[in-house]
Design a binder for this molecule. Structure first.
Ligand SMILES: NC(=O)c1ccc[n+]([C@@H]2O[C@H](COP(=O)([O-])OP(=O)(O)OC[C@H]3O[C@@H](n4cnc5c(N)ncnc54)[C@H](OP(=O)(O)O)[C@@H]3O)[C@@H](O)[C@H]2O)c1
Length: 192
């Protein structure tokens, strides 16, 4: 995804941003962006590491993406404060996706970019190639797949720092044909 001038100016929405993506959130705030983080339990600023002094702003929203109406209302409320989102990073478990993505789509700016974060299963040889969810038809869409690292027989899953740094790199990378892979997913038999 190109982090172009429009998307650089934010605001950025990160759904599921208090766990493995906390470092991604910290990096976006350090870059001076207004970042809205959504999770069920609010996290204090300390959860996101160094937030820097670059004028970035962090807003946390407690909302459950498995509860469609309150989730959509919470996103609309925060977008009314920040303005529509220029970028969204979505780490949403499969069962919450259809409703969550529809709610996100309602709060995106024209021409916004969406980065969907997917587990390694999305790169299984039998899995269909990641494709843009129907609700996000008007957004610029890219997927990032989380893989593993290390050399056989000592491969391991990525740690949170590696995942967060990889997702930041995906946000800055030029748009490619397929999903951006953090770590590696081939050979598939090497996975831990
Ligand atoms: N290939 C890989 O390397 C790979 C791929 C996937 C996962 N993993 C690993 O697996 C671990 C566990 O995954 P995880 O999904 O628990 O990741 P996580 O990022 O640590 O936590 C999930 C995030 O989503 C939020 N969330 C969960 N359910 C929600 C809901 N219903 N509504 C709103 N927000 C919700 C969580 O906050 P709340 O709980 O407060 O809602 C949190 O912010 C990760 O920590 C990662 O290390 C590795």
């Amino acid at each position: 995804m190109h982090t172009d001038d429009a998307s650089r100016s934010g605001p950025v929405l990160v759904v599921g941003g208090t766990g493995m993506l906390a470092g991604t959130v910290g990096g976006l705030v350090r870059a001076g962006l207004t970042v809205v983080v959504v999770a069920r339990k609010p996290a204090g600023p300390g959860a996101f590491g160094d937030l820097g002094t670059g004028g970035g702003r962090l807003l946390t929203v407690a909302a459950d993406y498995t509860r469609p109406l309150p989730f959509a209302a919470a996103l609309r409320r925060v977008a009314a404060r920040t303005g529509p989102f220029r970028q969204a990073v979505l780490w949403v478990h499969a069962h919450g996706r259809p409703h969550a993505y529809a709610a996100v789509a309602d709060t995106l700016a024209e021409g916004a970019s969406v980065l969907e974060v997917l587990g390694s299963g999305a790169a299984a040889p039998t899995a269909p190639a990641p494709s843009r969810p129907g609700a996000l038809v008007r957004a610029r869409y890219h997927a990032v797949v989380l893989g593993f690292t290390g050399r056989e027989p000592h491969t391991r899953w990525l740690d949170h720092g590696e995942i967060s740094a990889g997702v930041l790199a995906a946000l800055r990378a030029p748009a490619g044909d397929g999903p951006y892979v953090v770590g590696r997913v081939r050979p598939w038999e090497d996975r831990p």
